[in-house]
Design a protein around this ligand. Structure first.
Ligand SMILES: Nc1nc2c(c(=O)[nH]1)N[C@H]1C(S)=C(S)[C@@H](COP(=O)(O)O)O[C@H]1N2
Ligand SMILES: [Mo]
Length: 315
């Protein structure tokens, strides 16, 4: 079963490569009797047994040898310091977290601020399944089938005021439910930020699910940001507030180590982290390291946002 999704107009279908979880690209093309052009925009398939196959979503910016990272890794190898600093902590420590009921506040420089129950909040946009590359600043990567809505739709509903230039996101602050917040590892609550044009970009998602299911707690239930051309820490989890501002907001990692983590944090293989190279990455589940791509492979879609900027200074 193949499904087709419409693609935002500024994403060319030639940028989208179909892949399958269980066949190589060549085998899959041969089996389907199709050429690359003919099936651009087709879905990846998740094999659920001999006769049950579920579409994973539309691939965005995937490379020919990219395969969706297995569910076990996507939901078992996480960064979520509110639930511990080891990669296998969040899956265990977040088990009892209750992500509902949940309220999201949209405020700051908007004409229509509001407090929304999650179910109403997501009505701003159309739910989509999209498969994105994910690159962590620690030089590992995954390919993740997200479910979510475009942040642009949420912002349009709020109607940004003329002075709005940035968007600040805030994670829930509740040390009783998020035990990691009792330790001073970061400034709590975790915050993140985007320039308004980055936030409005059609690739920028607010995800509510992964692999066609609601987000597991360890992945940022019930709502988290996904910005596929930036390092993973920009993808703030368990968001309770979205605030528009006229000034660049402080962000958790930039405040904790400004020389190591900048505001932009665009994936850039030519600008190393002070303590390690960013030229290569380890795809979780693979042995050999892969070269890292400029803007994580999304340069055609996003490089124009940074025209004329020195990306070495604005890291
Ligand atoms: N609130 C919050 N959001 C967060 C983090 C965190 O510690 N707290 N970790 C970030 C980092 S470093 C990464 S790589 C991604 C990991 O998302 P994943 O566990 O779903 O792969 O979440 C980001 N969002
Ligand atoms: Mo990360």
């Amino acid at each position: 079963m193949l499904i087709r999704h419409p693609v935002p107009s500024d994403l060319r279908s030639s940028d989208i490569t179909p892949e399958s979880l269980y066949l190589t690209r060549r085998e899959w093309l041969a089996a389907a009797g199709l050429t690359v052009g003919a099936i651009a925009g087709a879905s990846m398939l998740l094999p659920l047994g001999a006769d049950a196959q579920q579409p994973l979503g539309t691939p965005y910016g995937l490379q020919p040898d990219d395969k969706a990272t297995p569910w076990e890794d996507v939901t078992g190898y996480n960064n979520f310091y509110e639930f511990g600093t080891a990669k296998d902590d969040p899956a265990v420590e977040a088990k009892g977290f209750k992500p509902r009921p949940w309220t999201v506040k949209v405020d700051g420089l908007v004409k229509k601020p509001g407090d929304y129950a999650l179910e109403d909040f997501v009505k701003a946009g159309r739910m989509e399944d999209r498969i994105y590359r994910h690159r962590c600043v620690e030089a590992w990567s995954m390919v993740i089938p997200w479910r979510g809505i475009m942040l642009a739709d949420v912002l349009k509903r709020a109607e940004p005021a003329p002075g709005a230039k940035f968007v600040e996101f805030t994670t829930l602050y509740d040390p009783a439910r998020m035990p990691g917040q009792r330790l001073p590892v970061l400034r709590w609550p975790y915050t993140e930020g985007l320039r308004l044009d980055e936030a409005m970009h059609p690739l920028t998602l607010l995800a509510t699910g992964v692999y066609g299911r609601d987000l597991p707690n360890q992945n940022g239930a019930p709502l988290r940001l996904v910005v596929p051309w930036k390092y993973g820490f920009k993808g703030i989890k368990s968001i309770v507030r979205i605030r528009l501002t006229d000034r660049q907001p402080g962000t958790a990692w930039n405040i904790s180590a400004p020389d190591e983590y900048g505001f932009y944090s665009n994936v850039n293989p030519t600008v190393d982290h002070p303590r390690w190279s960013q030229a290569k990455e380890r795809r979780i589940g693979e042995f050999l390291r892969r070269p890292t791509l400029m803007f994580n492979g999304y340069a055609d879609q996003v490089a124009s946002l940074y025209a004329g900027m020195d990306l070495r200074r604005n890291y």
